[in-house]
Design a protein around this ligand. Structure first.
Ligand code: NAD
Length: 314
């Protein structure tokens, strides 16, 4: 297949490029490097099946030319803002990076009769809805601009299925961790402990609890759903059945850094920041019924990611 990966120089997108290339697909990675890094895809330099184009996909005319030149069959749309907190201080960030990128992609797909899109959505679309969160839970009221922009993207993709005749695979990701990640509690903790190995400030009360999915498991789940779901509009929660609280993440980081007697200082409150959903777990019954489950538990995913990060830092 001839595949476009947007945001392919980012954390998840680069792992997706790895997997698609491993399976023998031709991959064009488009990224403006606003959040991604060339080093994430440097190992594909010289691979005749891979090319990289540095482009802001909001430049729809230029993106259209890329579509015309490459004749894509599938688009994996991963490009977005990945810093949810930042989106709260500047309302343009998620409008442009998270929603308008989707709009631009859909325009180019329509113009060039590209019929298939795989979309990176997020558990953030559920807002503070409480369990059991199935894919059909509603109404959906996100509490971050990021979640709102993902939900709006899902809505436009759904409308494009009906009006433009495309097929879509929408995957709602939980917190994803692993090599090449750039955000999250564990990075914050590692950074703080490298500066002061005796004290660790933890945002909130430490009981915030979420499922953490290892990036290679996530990519495996995306590929599985893409190959095995055949509706016009396919939509799945992807994740793990277990979850990890923030204090446990701190304990894993402390242990993996070989530290002891670290004093945890909590800033208090039930959440880390405005727009953060302190506790969630969604139903995985739909993707499980299709035949996929994650290999690693949430705690294992966190530990793998911490070890990877420390391995890099050493
Ligand atoms: N990491 C997570 O825990 C998580 C959870 C849920 C959903 N997601 C979604 O998964 C996708 C990948 O996230 P990630 O964690 O790899 O983030 P990331 O920031 O590492 O990757 C996003 C990539 O998109 C690129 N990009 C952004 N705007 C662009 C534009 N206008 N034109 C071209 N490229 C642009 C960035 O440079 C970056 O390389 C995103 O859609 C994100 O919303 C991630």
């Amino acid at each position: 297949m001839n595949i476009l990966v947007t945001g392919g120089a980012g954390f998840i997108g680069s792992h997706l490029c790895d997997m698609l290339l491993e399976e023998g697909h031709r991959v064009v990675c488009v990224d403006d490097l606003s959040l991604g890094r060339l080093e994430n895809i440097a190992h594909h330099t010289g691979n005749p099946l891979f090319s990289f184009i540095e482009l802001n996909i909001l430049k729809t005319d230029q993106l259209n030319t890329v579509f015309k030149e490459h004749g894509f069959e599938h688009v994996f749309h991963m490009a977005a803002n990945s810093d949810i907190q930042q989106g709260a201080s500047d309302l343009n960030i998620d409008l442009e990076k998270t929603f308008m990128t989707t709009f631009s992609i859909l325009q180019c797909m329509k113009n060039n009769a590209v019929k298939n899109i795989v979309f990176a959505s997020s558990s953030a679309v559920y807002g503070e809805n409480t369990a059991p969160l199935t894919e059909d839970t509603g109404p959906l009221f996100p509490i971050s601009f990021y979640g709102a922009a993902k939900l709006a993207s899902e809505a436009y993709i759904s409308a494009a299925c009906e009006n433009v005749g495309i097929r879509a695979w929408i995957f709602r990701f939980p917190n994803v961790v692993g090599e090449r990640a750039t955000h999250g509690a564990m990075f914050d903790f590692i950074k703080k402990l490298q500066q002061n190995p005796h004290k660790l400030e933890i945002l909130g009360d430490g009981t915030q609890t979420k499922p953490y999915l290892y990036v290679k498991d996530l990519v495996d789940g995306i590929m599985f759903g893409w190959k095995n779901a055949h509706d016009a509009l396919n939509y799945f929660n992807l994740g793990v059945d277990s979850a990890t609280d923030v204090t446990t993440i701190a304990e894993i980081v402390v242990e993996e850094m070989g530290l002891a007697d670290v004093e945890f200082i909590y800033t208090g409150g039930d959440r880390g920041w405005v727009g953060d959903v302190p506790k969630f777990q969604y139903s995985l019954r739909k993707i499980n019924a299709l035949g996929w489950t994650a290999r690693r538990t949430s705690d294992e995913a966190v530990r793998c990611a911490v070890q990877a990060e420390l391995g890099k830092a050493r």
